[in-house]
Ligand binder design. Structure first.
Ligand SMILES: [Zn+2]
Ligand SMILES: [Zn+2]
Length: 267
């Protein structure tokens, strides 16, 4: 039994470190060292994060991942005791349910994130804990897991709840964590890549953008959602300047593209 726990702990440690290496270290290197200098026209917020900010983000991320590791061990213990809905045999529920279950998990996380995030902003006992995350201004990929332990606990609680209430294949617990980190990393870059007409597109307008979360870090009082814009729209919590900011960032990109084209044509 002890050997199994140790193997699980080691596997989890490798998994968490790999994700951090790819999305936080990799994301920062890619956006701020490799690609960033070539795409200043895609910049959302102009100021750079200080080295002190990044150092704090790394320390807090380590703390967060230690808490996530503790949550993983709790889920493991609950699974061994037969309390969770986690299953490992694909044939148990079939491929259709396998596909649908991750969509349900995704939507539930979208709602959980919005409401817990909004609570942390609007309920004063939690504000001081969440504002640790807001010390990241401007945000960077390292901000993705830069939380106070209380917020890390709230974020980690989702994984225990989902394991208890939703029959979910073990694969999705790992894959969805990586997906969540990937989306978080995008939200914390200071670069916008979505199309200029995204906000008026019939379907794609429901997606969130890095600009959306960058504005959240700048103004604090709006834009609480993560993957989709449903909840902010439905509850009227989008920042009134969000669309203008988005258009201004995209106008900068369009202007750059046009002047580059004119230069190439020697006009
Ligand atoms: Zn953030
Ligand atoms: Zn916030």
């Amino acid at each position: 039994m002890l050997a199994e726990v140790l193997i699980f702990t080691a596997m989890m440690a490798v998994f968490l470190c790999l994700n951090y290496l790819i999305f936080a270290f990799g994301g920062h290197w890619f956006f701020y060292q490799y690609l960033g200098p070539k795409i200043p026209h895609r910049r959302i917020l102009e100021n750079d994060a200080s080295s002190g900010q990044i150092r704090k983000e790394k320390q807090r991320s380590f703390q967060t991942q230690t808490i996530f590791m503790a949550f993983a061990l709790v889920i493991y213990a609950l699974y061994q005791a037969g309390y969770t809905q986690i299953y490992t045999n694909l044939d148990e529920r079939g491929y259709f349910y396998f596909a649908v279950s991750v969509l349900i998990m995704h939507q539930l996380h979208d709602a959980y994130f919005y409401w817990t995030h909004r609570l942390m902003h609007q309920w004063s006992p939690l504000q001081k804990y969440h504002f640790v995350h807001h010390e990241s201004a401007p945000p960077t990929p390292y901000s993705s897991l830069s939380f106070h332990p209380v917020e890390a606990f709230i974020q980690g609680l989702y994984w225990i709840l989902i394991s208890l209430i939703l029959p979910i294949h073990v694969f999705w617990l790992f894959a969805f964590y990586s997906f969540m980190f990937y989306i978080n990393m995008w939200g914390h870059t200071s670069y916008e890549f979505w199309h200029k007409d995204l906000l008026t597109h019939k379907i794609l307008k429901h997606l969130n953008t890095p600009t959306h979360h960058n504005i959240h870090h700048k103004y604090h009082k709006a834009n609480f959602s993560i993957y989709y814009n449903f909840w902010d729209k439905f509850c009227g919590t989008n920042h009134p300047e969000y669309e203008n900011h988005y258009r201004a960032v995209k106008a900068k990109t369009e202007q750059y593209k046009t002047s580059r084209l004119l230069k190439m044509m020697k006009l």
